[in-house]
Design a protein around this ligand. Structure first.
Ligand code: PLP
Length: 392
């Protein structure tokens, strides 16, 4: 059997591997607190579940258009108009089985040997994996703790080369919780006018999880006109409506690319299952109380988690402004990221992810998801402190 060489260049997402190891340890009777996987620990709002059940009862069992049913794409456009005062045609929206598919589609479209794709380091590991898979040059850009792990427009613009085709940005960010300020978003858009050969993909999957204030979010969508036909937005339902297992996301594309994204969908998954699309409409158009309740719960847990981490000798943690991840600096503990991840899992029963799973600039950090109960977070902090006191 000869497998295509590009398969050997595919990476993975450690969160899934750590989850499997945590489950195996639990099966052996060990108590594990899982702060590894990045998903809300809340159920999907009941009216959303009911909409899917109703769709099944109403007979929506067949294929749908590959880019998604029109009422769902219209609901996305209404959401965009409501939040950002920008009107877009539903033809530019492509519904996908999870935001990850928008990511894969964009990287597939631009990546090939000779091309360069820029992505955050530390960042969501699938960017690097897929860029490598296509044979494009890996152009990770560092996100630094001293900048709150947010990108700096000047830095990104200075890294663009004639080969750069796609620039991926992510705010609020996984794994750091960094949020790009509105001023940097604006500066980046202005600077990109000098580089018309670069398309930008803004991964805005955590846009409803800006934790401070009223949650106002600095999106790229208001700059749709300035970025004319080279802005792609990755968004979805997973994190906002606690729907990770449903597999539902949306992409906003330049018209020509929306057609190509739809063609790729026809060649792969055909469409998202119909009842899930109806659930997506209910989520966007129904009551939003659950979204705000979750945001406030994550804010409280963030404060609990960060305060606790900063009390542990050898650890320090800046306040993540968004998403549901803390990314403490562990250099004072004498352990590297992988040693810390493995020690915490095997000896302390706390699942976390080594910062190096998100890129080489993640050395010296671990990621903890605070999408867990207050009690689980408090207990995990105690276990981490006890583990480190025994290591020293
Ligand atoms: N983008 C980022 C930064 C993420 O952290 C995730 C999920 O963890 C995704 C995209 C994909 O989300 P989904 O495919 O569940 O919609």
């Amino acid at each position: 059997m000869q497998i295509a060489a590009r398969m050997s260049r595919l990476g993975s997402e450690s969160a899934f591997e750590v989850l499997a190891r945590a489950k195996a340890l639990e099966a052996q009777g060990k108590s594990i607190i899982n702060l590894g996987i990045g998903q809300p620990d809340f159920p999907t709002p009941p009216h959303v579940v009911e909409a899917a059940i109703k769709a099944l009862r109403d007979g929506h069992h067949g294929y749908t258009p590959a880019n998604g049913i029109l009422p769902l794409r219209e609901a996305v456009c209404a959401e965009i108009a409501g939040r950002y005062k920008v009107n877009v045609s539903p033809d530019r929206i492509v519904i996908v089985p999870g935001g990850k598919v928008t990511m894969a589609t964009a990287i597939e479209m631009f990546g090939e040997p000779g091309a360069e794709i820029m992505y955050p380091d530390p960042g969501f590991p699938i960017y690097e994996s897929l860029v490598n898979y296509t044979g494009a040059k890996l152009a990770g850009y560092p996100l630094l703790e001293k900048n709150g792990f947010a990108f700096r427009a000047e830095d990104l613009l200075a890294r663009i080369t004639p080969q750069t085709r796609l620039l991926i940005v992510n705010s609020p960010a996984n794994p750091t919780g960094g949020v790009a300020p509105a001023s940097e978003v604006k500066k980046l858009v202005e600077g990109l006018q000098r580089f018309p050969h670069v398309t930008i993909m803004a991964d805005e999957i955590y846009s409803r999880l800006v934790l401070d204030g009223d949650g106002t979010y600095a999106s790229f969508i208001p700059y749709l006109d300035q970025l004319a036909d080279r802005l792609i937005i990755l968004e979805g339902w997973s994190k906002t409506y606690a729907m990770t297992g449903w597999r539902l996301g949306w992409g906003l594309w330049p018209s020509r690319l929306a057609e190509l994204a739809t063609k790729l969908a026809i060649n792969t998954h055909s469409c998202v299952n119909a009842p899930t699309q109806f659930a997506g409409i209910a989520a966007l158009t129904g009551p939003q109380d659950a979204v705000e309740e979750m945001r406030l719960a994550f804010r409280r847990r963030r404060d609990l988690c960060v305060a606790g981490l900063n009390k542990i000798p050898g650890m320090s943690c800046i306040k993540p402004e968004g998403a549901f991840y803390a990314f403490p600096n562990i250099t004072g503990t004498g352990l590297n990221a992988r040693q810390m991840q493995d020690g915490l899992l095997e000896q302390a029963g706390v699942a976390t992810i080594a910062g190096t799973s998100f890129g080489s600039h993640g050395e010296g950090y671990i990621r903890l998801s605070f999408a867990a109960s207050d009690q689980a977070i408090s207990e995990a902090l105690e276990r981490i402190a006890t583990f480190l006191s025994q290591v020293k």
